[in-house]
Write a protein that binds this ligand. Structure first.
Ligand SMILES: [Zn+2]
Length: 390
């Protein structure tokens, strides 16, 4: 998940001031012992603020650190994420470590990418594969019964923490968490998008959480098993879609990894889509890349046109992640992905495009080959050509 770049201003509460002092201390600490001292100083107020629903206080402290203390900011962001997604609980004399995890998938389809309720049978199959390839032996797993789209993920630390708490209680007793998809925001349709299975794993305090922490396990082996057998279990949920599954991990780490991987995935999906929908070979595409600015560079947008034409037929947004800005080598990355897909005709426009959307439908405008922001329009389908059949 992208760490939001905060811009709010305002007075700080005492809680937030305490967090800032401890986060600055942890950022500057030179030893594990000093780390532990500051971590304890951070842990209590962060846990308390999450429990009290004080999202604004947490964001105010992060905001203040973001402006002038990068290491302090990272220290606090790490602690907030850890307290949000993990817990240590005692249950009937047993002590558990519990972690909320996400299993991300990238999908594209000419039709629609599913979201919403997962059937009991599919959930059971996922549970088996998570238990075999991802969660360490003896771990207990709870899953939510929905396929989450990015628009539906919990909004902010407090909501994420609330879902983690429900999953924590469920994991210890090996139940699932029932979410009503009607309570979630509507999913926006995209050609390519991410979906997440969200769950929690509980292990006896101090034991390995994941299969790759065990003596005979490794991330590579877990990754291979998951991309074959986990993929098969996931594909059942994604009829009519091309699918790539990512190795499940702690919730925030998995979401960040999915955000990163989704950028090249959506470019490759677009090239494949244009080939299948318009019979446009990658080498015949004319692709234009431009940076779109509000007060600062917000994102790159990529406009696809057919050979010899200026009209944008399809577009992709390439968001900036982490600390990326106009000095990062983002356009080279975009070009490299396009070339890997077989696209050769690529133009980068250096001007600052305004961060504009269509007034009618809200779609982003994409750069055309003349360097103008343009609405992407797929050509009207022609009469179907009679296919030559042998
Ligand atoms: Zn429009």
């Amino acid at each position: 998940m992208k760490r939001t770049r905060f811009s709010r201003r305002g007075g700080l509460t005492r809680d937030a001031e305490q967090l800032i002092v401890a986060a600055r201390g942890l950022g500057n600490s030179g030893s594990r012992l000093e780390d532990r001292y500051w971590e304890t100083q951070l842990f209590e107020p962060v846990s308390h603020m999450l429990g009290a629903g004080n999202e604004d206080g947490l964001n105010a402290a992060l905001d203040a650190l973001y402006r002038d203390d990068g290491r302090g900011y990272e220290a606090l962001a790490d602690m907030v994420e850890a307290c949000t997604e993990s817990a240590q609980v005692d249950d009937e004399g047993k002590q558990w470590d519990v972690l909320m995890f996400a299993a991300p998938a990238l999908a594209w389809s000419r039709f629609s990418i599913p979201s919403g309720t997962i059937s009991g049978a599919a959930l059971a199959a996922l549970r088996v594969h998570l238990g075999a390839h991802v969660v360490a032996a003896g771990g207990r797993v709870a899953l939510t019964n929905v396929l989450w789209s990015p628009d539906q993920l919990p909004n902010g630390f407090v909501e994420t923490h609330e879902l983690a708490q429900r999953l924590t209680a469920a994991a210890i007793t090996e139940r699932d968490v029932v979410v009503n998809p009607r309570d979630l925001p509507e999913t926006n349709p995209f050609l390519s998008d991410m979906r997440y299975i969200i769950g929690a794993a509980a292990v006896p305090r101090g034991a390995a959480l994941f299969r790759w922490q065990e003596a005979d396990g490794s991330r590579e082996a877990a990754g291979t098993a998951w991309t074959t057998q986990g993929h098969a279990a996931m594909q059942a949920l994604f009829a009519g879609c091309a699918l790539e599954v990512l190795l499940p991990d702690a919730f925030h780490a998995a979401c960040r990894q999915a955000d990163r991987r989704a950028r090249p995935y959506s470019l490759a999906a677009s090239v494949a889509f244009l080939e299948s929908a318009l019979d446009a070979k990658p080498a015949s595409l004319h692709v234009t890349i431009g940076g779109f600015w509000d007060k600062r560079l917000e994102e790159f947008r990529v406009g696809f046109a057919l050979h010899g034409q200026t009209e944008v037929v399809h577009g992709v947004v390439w968001p900036l992640l982490d600390a990326e800005d106009e000095n990062s080598d983002v356009t080279q990355q975009i070009e490299a992905v396009l070339r890997e897909c077989g696209v050769t005709d690529i133009v980068v426009h250096e001007q600052r495009f305004p961060l504009e959307y269509c007034d009618d439908c809200g779609a982003p405008l994409y750069p055309d080959s003349d360097g103008m922001p343009a609405h992407a329009e797929m050509p009207e389908p022609e009469q179907p050509q009679p296919r030559h059949l042998h």
